[in-house]
Design a protein around this ligand. Structure first.
Ligand code: SF4
Ligand code: SF4
Length: 105
Protein backbone atom coordinates (compact mmCIF):
# COMPACT_ATOMS: atom_id res chain seq x y z
CA UNK A 1 0.00 0.00 0.00
CA UNK A 2 1.11 3.52 -0.52
CA UNK A 3 0.82 5.85 2.40
CA UNK A 4 -0.62 9.35 2.51
CA UNK A 5 -0.06 12.47 4.58
CA UNK A 6 -3.12 14.03 6.18
CA UNK A 7 -3.75 17.72 6.81
CA UNK A 8 -2.53 17.25 10.38
CA UNK A 9 0.98 17.55 8.96
CA UNK A 10 2.90 20.35 10.67
CA UNK A 11 5.55 20.60 7.91
CA UNK A 12 8.32 19.61 10.28
CA UNK A 13 10.48 18.36 7.34
CA UNK A 14 11.51 15.21 9.20
CA UNK A 15 9.98 12.59 6.91
CA UNK A 16 11.11 13.86 3.53
CA UNK A 17 14.83 12.99 3.82
CA UNK A 18 13.97 9.61 5.38
CA UNK A 19 12.15 8.30 2.31
CA UNK A 20 14.37 5.86 0.36
CA UNK A 21 12.26 6.36 -2.77
CA UNK A 22 12.07 10.16 -2.79
CA UNK A 23 8.30 9.73 -2.71
CA UNK A 24 7.74 12.60 -0.26
CA UNK A 25 7.63 16.15 -1.54
CA UNK A 26 6.36 19.53 -0.43
CA UNK A 27 2.88 20.10 -1.84
CA UNK A 28 0.83 23.27 -1.95
CA UNK A 29 0.34 23.46 1.84
CA UNK A 30 1.76 20.32 3.39
CA UNK A 31 4.01 17.45 2.47
CA UNK A 32 2.57 14.85 0.11
CA UNK A 33 3.45 11.30 -0.94
CA UNK A 34 3.61 10.16 -4.56
CA UNK A 35 1.77 6.81 -4.54
CA UNK A 36 3.70 5.73 -7.64
CA UNK A 37 6.94 5.91 -5.67
CA UNK A 38 5.87 4.81 -2.20
CA UNK A 39 6.54 1.11 -1.64
CA UNK A 40 5.70 1.34 2.06
CA UNK A 41 9.49 1.04 2.30
CA UNK A 42 9.34 -2.55 0.97
CA UNK A 43 12.77 -3.40 -0.44
CA UNK A 44 14.52 -0.93 1.87
CA UNK A 45 13.25 -1.26 5.44
CA UNK A 46 10.97 -3.45 7.53
CA UNK A 47 8.81 -0.52 8.57
CA UNK A 48 7.66 2.60 6.76
CA UNK A 49 10.33 5.12 7.72
CA UNK A 50 8.11 8.19 7.41
CA UNK A 51 5.54 6.69 9.79
CA UNK A 52 8.32 5.97 12.28
CA UNK A 53 9.62 9.51 12.38
CA UNK A 54 6.43 11.56 12.07
CA UNK A 55 5.89 13.35 15.40
CA UNK A 56 2.16 13.82 14.88
CA UNK A 57 1.27 10.42 13.40
CA UNK A 58 -0.34 11.85 10.31
CA UNK A 59 0.80 9.24 7.77
CA UNK A 60 -1.83 6.51 7.39
CA UNK A 61 -2.32 3.96 4.61
CA UNK A 62 -3.83 5.50 1.50
CA UNK A 63 -7.29 3.93 1.12
CA UNK A 64 -7.20 4.36 -2.68
CA UNK A 65 -3.81 2.68 -3.08
CA UNK A 66 -4.13 -0.71 -1.42
CA UNK A 67 -1.42 -2.96 -2.85
CA UNK A 68 -0.10 -6.41 -2.04
CA UNK A 69 3.47 -6.93 -0.90
CA UNK A 70 4.25 -8.48 -4.27
CA UNK A 71 2.99 -5.40 -6.08
CA UNK A 72 5.13 -3.27 -3.79
CA UNK A 73 8.15 -5.45 -4.66
CA UNK A 74 7.49 -4.92 -8.34
CA UNK A 75 7.20 -1.19 -7.80
CA UNK A 76 10.45 -1.23 -5.83
CA UNK A 77 12.20 -3.12 -8.62
CA UNK A 78 10.93 -0.69 -11.24
CA UNK A 79 12.17 2.22 -9.18
CA UNK A 80 15.59 0.73 -8.49
CA UNK A 81 16.08 -0.44 -12.08
CA UNK A 82 15.83 3.18 -13.13
CA UNK A 83 18.56 4.02 -10.63
CA UNK A 84 21.15 1.51 -9.56
CA UNK A 85 21.16 -2.32 -9.64
CA UNK A 86 20.08 -4.37 -6.66
CA UNK A 87 22.74 -5.42 -4.19
CA UNK A 88 22.94 -8.92 -2.75
CA UNK A 89 21.37 -7.65 0.47
CA UNK A 90 18.29 -6.74 -1.54
CA UNK A 91 17.72 -10.31 -2.71
CA UNK A 92 14.07 -11.02 -3.37
CA UNK A 93 12.67 -14.32 -2.09
CA UNK A 94 11.69 -16.56 -5.03
CA UNK A 95 8.09 -16.60 -3.82
CA UNK A 96 8.03 -12.82 -4.15
CA UNK A 97 9.27 -12.72 -7.72
CA UNK A 98 6.79 -11.66 -10.37
CA UNK A 99 6.15 -14.02 -13.28
CA UNK A 100 9.04 -13.85 -15.73
CA UNK A 101 6.79 -14.60 -18.70
CA UNK A 102 6.99 -11.74 -21.18
CA UNK A 103 3.72 -10.56 -22.58
CA UNK A 104 3.09 -9.66 -26.19
CA UNK A 105 1.55 -6.37 -25.32
S1 SF4 B 1 6.48 4.50 3.45
FE1 SF4 B 1 8.63 4.58 2.88
S2 SF4 B 1 8.55 4.73 0.64
FE2 SF4 B 1 6.52 5.33 1.37
S3 SF4 B 1 6.63 7.54 1.61
FE3 SF4 B 1 7.11 6.64 3.60
S4 SF4 B 1 9.33 6.55 3.64
FE4 SF4 B 1 8.72 6.82 1.49
S1 SF4 C 1 7.01 14.00 9.57
FE1 SF4 C 1 4.78 14.19 9.66
S2 SF4 C 1 4.42 16.28 10.33
FE2 SF4 C 1 6.55 16.19 9.68
S3 SF4 C 1 6.49 16.85 7.53
FE3 SF4 C 1 6.33 14.62 7.52
S4 SF4 C 1 4.12 14.19 7.52
FE4 SF4 C 1 4.40 16.33 8.12
Amino acid sequence: MALMITDECINCDVCEPECPNQAIYMGADIYEIDPDKCTECVGHFDEPQCMQVCPVDCIPIHPDHVETRETLWQKYQRLTKAGQPLTSSDEVPVSMLPSATPTGG
